[in-house]
Design a protein around this ligand. Sequence first.
Ligand SMILES: [Zn+2]
Length: 501
Amino acid sequence: MNALRSSLILNERVPMKPFSIFNTLSRKVERFEPLKPPTVTLYSCGPTVYLPQHLGNMRAYLFVDTLKRALRFHGYDVRHVMNITDVGHMTSDEDAGEDKVEKTARAEGKSPREVADFYIAQFKRDCAALNIELPPDADSTDHVSPPQSVLCRATENIGAMIALIERIIAHGYAYVAASGVYFDVEKWRGAARVGRLSRQSLDEQHAGQRLEHSPDKKSPHDFALWVLNQPGHLMQWDSPWGRGYPGWHIECSAMSMKYLGETLDIHTGGLDHIPIHHENEIAQSESATGHPFARYFVHNAFLVGMEGAKISKSAGKFPLVADLVAQGVDPLAFRLFCFGAKYRSELVFSLDALRAAQTNLNYFSEFASNVPDEAVAGPDSEWTAGYLERFSAELADDLNTPRALAVALELVHEAYTRNDKSIWSALHKLDSVLGLKLDERRLAAHAQFPAEILELQKKRDQARAERDFNRADALRKELFSRGYEVKDIPGGSTIAPRRNP
Ligand SMILES: [Zn+2]
């Protein structure tokens, strides 16, 4: 009943509120205006599924999840697409090297599909542990009416990629050579559109990269839309140009447009995507459609400085969600740790910082566990007014999660100071963005009390209501001797396992 009521609170349609976000295109914090409010089309570059996603990767997905939740909190209806790259991502972000998924397949003696399935399942488990809400799996239909939320695999959208490449060729921005179909970067440069996102020249964009200059490419900067004549490549499809496979960049352009439409409201990714991957996505998409690809590009900074931390030594590489669990750290503490930093700032990973986040998680969790059913069913105390507004204002200020977290902590602190548990509606709404599963924690805590303990608590509440304080005190002592501590709050009591039994 309580859980039902709580979910009703979250599903209330709230009026849209102003929201601002840093747009990499303008290098400014801009007021966010979706094309068709309240709908927001959001596309996120997803994982390449050839290795487990480490915590650095997971920070990017936590950022997207928080952005999505914050937009919903502000009244927007978010349609989210994330791709799964299971073909075409080479060991260099350029076209050079080996296909990452096929490399793992060869090393592990599996098929590329088996490798992809294995790491997709692991990615989904890790997202679930971090309470990252993924869009539903796309079904295999080729006819969709955008916008719709999906998690989509590159290998299941080859038709959309071929159709997009045909449009680019028809507009004169791509050419067919023996080794593949290439995007004509020089022609795009002629349209003065190179470097709009990165604000770099082509040479700067590719600085430090060894460009493979296939003899049939017009320029070393040209990138493959479709790769041909690679008999050693395991995954191949028929195309108007011959059997082959797609380049990595075309996957994102084709799938985002297929499921969300030709102009996205927001495109997210890591800072490392700016100079090549996102520049190329813009070039491909806009040369095909003739209109803007994404109105806001929003990029997250990295998780850094893991060296020396015990947790990284134990893993021998960047730690994974499983390493957190093995160290006794709740994955949601990592979620809160990331929430405590601005998405545009580098975040230094350390076990100490993670433990501090765990302390905050325990603080919220312990409070939630002690919220009685009456406080869930009843209205919030008047003094909570204003906390939701402040929380909302911090998120609307370029997703200022550290300050929003401070507001949430302050709310709970004030509740403790006043010994007043009637803040559930507000706390629950804040948790729709924090993502700490406080509702589940409260219900689980209540479920763990044996019936006879709850019966004793009820008898004690009755005794107090009847002002039989001797009996109430005797019942309190009995509960204590059985390992439970009872605290009085307005209109009832809370019960918790004794801290030092
Ligand atoms: Zn992408």
